[in-house]
Design a protein around this ligand. Sequence first.
Ligand SMILES: Cc1cc2nc3c(=O)[nH]c(=O)nc-3n(C[C@H](O)[C@H](O)[C@H](O)COP(=O)(O)OP(=O)(O)OC[C@H]3O[C@@H](n4cnc5c(N)ncnc54)[C@H](O)[C@@H]3O)c2cc1C
Length: 536
Amino acid sequence: MEKWRAADRLLKFSSRFASAVNWNNSCKSKQGKYFYSVATTVHRNPLFSIISPDDISYFKTLLGERGVVQDALALDAANTDWMGKYRGSSKLLLQPKNTEEVSQILKYCNSRCLAVVPQGGNTGLVGGSVPVFDEVIINVGLMRNILSFDKVIVSGVLVCEAGCILENLISFLDDEGFIMPLDLGAKGSCQIGGNVSTNAGGLRLLRYGSLHGSVLGLEAVLANGTVLDMLGTLRKDNTGYDLKHLFIGSEGSLGIVTKVSILTPPKLSSVNIAFLACEDYTSCQKLLLEAKKKLGGILSAFEFLDSDAMSLVSSTTFLGTENHGQEVIKDKHGQDFTSIDLRALPLEFWYSYASGSIFMENLEAFLLHSVESGLVANGVLAQDINQASSFWHIREGLPEALMKAGAVYKYDLSLPLEKMYDLVEEMRVQIGPAAKVVAYGHLGDGNLHLNISAPAYDDNILAKIEPFVYEWTSKNRGSISAEHGLGLMKAAKIHYSKSPETVRLMIDFDYCVFELLPDTSCLDDNHSIICLCLSA
Ligand SMILES: Cc1cc2nc3c(=O)[nH]c(=O)nc-3n(C[C@H](O)[C@H](O)[C@H](O)COP(=O)(O)OP(=O)(O)OC[C@H]3O[C@@H](n4cnc5c(N)ncnc54)[C@H](O)[C@@H]3O)c2cc1C
């Protein structure tokens, strides 16, 4: 029985990928049919019902017309992921306004055996936020209230609904003199519920740690409609298991997150940023170690992009021409750092960002030392907020630049720093001239974003990338998902990063604790069938 259960679960995971393959002809790949190296074609689980007119009437009574979306354009957007790579065929998007409605929806779907997929801002990059088949999409985007912000008693605890857009929370906190411990390029669309469900990392993790540290509490609704109130605001609470952690990064597979309580630090009095060119990856790596040594806790981000990434982003993104401010530092050729036009930065270099509550003097001293020791060849120091945001614009513009360039195979890997760029170079050899290998990432967190950019999706290219990239990562004890999650793309690849015993425990856990999949023994025992479609 155990084996059957495991196989069923895995089949369900891989079915998500099969759907993407069916949709996109150019993406029709043999990998889509493989699972644990056994070729298999997966179909929609027939245990799930098809939406009926009675179901629609029920949801309209529950949510009103506004909460039941059947409009073709809106559904098209909700069925398609940010990359335009994964697409479902859902006929129904539900928009609850409160936790009780989420609970009623799930209870009903459970009783009717309707599969559902939770969706936030739909900015996920692993095909987890869209339906595979015809699942009901549940989006908590109308639940966007800030419920409380305690800046007096327990400093900086924000409690909000899961549909709040990250950027709105960042602005709210800015006005209050605090900052969100999380920032990422998709902030204008992603929701805090989606961030928590993916355990998003982003640009501030180096300083503020992961959401496992800053999320103090959660409210979540299980697939059978049970509301779990774990919305604590305490820094310390060691009463039993800390179940909220299961939901952080569970990608909607255990339930729908409806409220979040998060600890936010006070705003920094001074933030400075340097955009630096290094001769090679080894210098970037050494620069990071130096920055950690010399700047320590005041360093909040250390990003990197390679010369191909810089070249790509320069061709699609406006980098600005103006340089304001006074002279700060000279590079080794005697050129003023602040007088360098970003567009003129030599493309053969690797680039690093160092950012934090660093006073200009500290940063200048650090840079002088780095230039003298040959780690930094060239670079720019932001002289004002506009320059700082134009630096971030380059880094944050990369995912979009890659999208504009054509098809992109994206890999989000944690690797030992000293090995990280070896993979990029080996991948270049492996792929040859058929595609461009572009690398950037959160160097300070040991997180590489490896992108293979090609004019169109091509089975032959994919066959050169996978399983090579996963095997390489596994061999070097890395993680095949540093921060984006597994989604449809990598659910069946989990064994590259987790031991069989760990995967087994996750599967058993889902069955025993959350009763997440239709199971004949449950049917026989007249247990409820839980229909939350696993989005991981
Ligand atoms: C330009 C760009 C830059 C990015 N940069 C980063 C980065 O630096 N770091 C990083 O970690 N990620 C990054 N991402 C990926 C993505 O933005 C994050 O994963 C984000 O946290 C997803 O939030 P979302 O609201 O869009 O969730 P969605 O994409 O809608 O969903 C993501 C997953 O969470 C589930 N989910 C969503 N909402 C809920 C909920 N309320 N309850 C339960 N499950 C839910 C979905 O089912 C899905 O599995 C980036 C994406 C883009 C497009």
